[in-house]
Write a new protein. Structure first.
Length: 319
């Protein structure tokens, strides 16, 4: 995580070698612990070829530096907005990051305390994982901010005709995904008969005061996931999303994965991927530990729940 302080940035465009100053133009609350940070290049430099390329190729990140401690952390840019709010050239090049404030976390706490208009220095892009060109179908198991790479893939895959993606997104608290109603309602009800009744009768805890919702009661990320669905549909790509919330006793079950693995679409040629992204413990639970070898994080063996399932025809990757 430590980096060489090196010379201060000479280039005004985002690049992997030096840190480039960005202005924090907006910090939009998602929940008590997470917010979307919108960063704008201080010199108004447009996206580099490397950034445009990264959007086409898969999952990528940028690294933010904490200037006092001289440490850096990686964050995963959210896809550009599809709605009318991205109405100017400037906004189209903004970088948006979903950042959770970790309890006791050095960099995330520093970032959450920064006022708007602060300068944040970052470098990148760094390609974390390349989505195979021929990918036909993706099942993405996401925990918490692990939704950010899922949104990147939904954006990339959604631009290609006829592709399919299923996102299974788990959160500790409902406030992270307010208004998120899963596709294929019956699938959710079976795990959740009681708590949906509780919600209906008004026993469920009220949404956190900090959580922002729109007129349809949808949280920020849920709204953007819905927008990604529509964007994909325009290229006749299909995106389905299921929401799971720990505090509602609704957890992702192996059957939820199995159901999507036995896709009716298996006759179509192309690669099929199961991707797992989220906190360390979440990845370990589903697919086993990632392993550090010679200073590099590697996939490690397949373990966890997925290792006990019949996943013929699918490859698995931990993000
Ligand atoms: C490729 C990649 C992409 C990522 N994308 C995102 C993203 O889009 N959004 C996002 O929010 N995060 C993302 N992360 C995670 C992010 O990089 C940081 O790890 C995260 O923000 C925590 O950093 P921190 O400095 O705040 O916490 P740290 O200071 O690194 O602490 C992390 C946790 O460990 C605990 N801890 C620290 N020191 C100790 C100790 N001595 N003993 C016990 N516990 C301790 C802290 O309390 C905290 O809970 C990504 C990570 C990677 C590798």
């Amino acid at each position: 995580y430590r980096y060489n302080a090196g010379p201060s940035s000479s280039s005004s465009s985002l690049n992997p070698h030096t840190f480039t100053p960005y202005t924090l133009v907006d910090k939009e609350t998602v929940s008590r612990t997470s917010a979307i940070f919108t960063l704008r290049n201080r010199d108004g430099a447009a996206d580099t070829e490397a950034v445009k390329d990264a959007w086409k190729h898969g999952v990528w990140s940028v690294q933010i530096k904490q200037p006092q401690l001289q440490i850096g952390r990686d964050y995963t840019p959210l896809p550009p907005r599809t709605d009318s709010e991205a109405d100017s050239e400037e906004k189209m090049h903004d970088l948006r990051l979903l950042i959770r404030q970790e309890e006791g976390g050095e960099v995330s706490t520093y970032l959450h305390r920064l006022p708007e208009q602060s300068t944040i220095e970052l470098r990148g892009p760094k390609l974390e994982w390349e989505l195979p060109e021929d990918t036909q179908e993706v099942i993405f198991i996401a925990g918490g901010t692990g939704i950010a790479p899922a949104m990147q893939i939904a954006h990339t895959l959604g631009a290609k005709p006829g592709r399919r993606m299923h996102i299974l997104w788990a959160n500790r608290r409902r406030e992270e995904c307010l208004g998120g109603v899963g596709d294929g309602g019956e699938l959710q009800e079976t795990h959740d008969g009681l708590s949906s009744w509780k919600r209906f009768l008004g026993f469920a805890p009220p949404p956190a005061p900090a959580a922002k919702v729109d007129s349809q009661g949808q949280g920020v990320i849920v709204r953007e996931l819905e927008a990604l669905k529509k964007q994909g549909a325009r290229h006749s790509s299909a995106l389905a999303i299921q929401y799971y919330v720990d505090e509602e006793n609704k957890f992702i079950k192996p059957q939820d994965v199995a159901r999507n693995v036995r896709s009716k679409d298996m006759a179509q040629p192309g690669s099929r991927m199961i991707l797992v992204s989220g906190p360390e413990g979440f990845i370990e639970h589903w697919a086993g530990k990632k392993v550090w070898i010679g200073g590099r994080e590697t996939q490690g063996q397949l373990g966890g729940v997925l290792s006990t399932m019949d996943l013929k025809g699918w490859s698995i990757h931990k993000l």
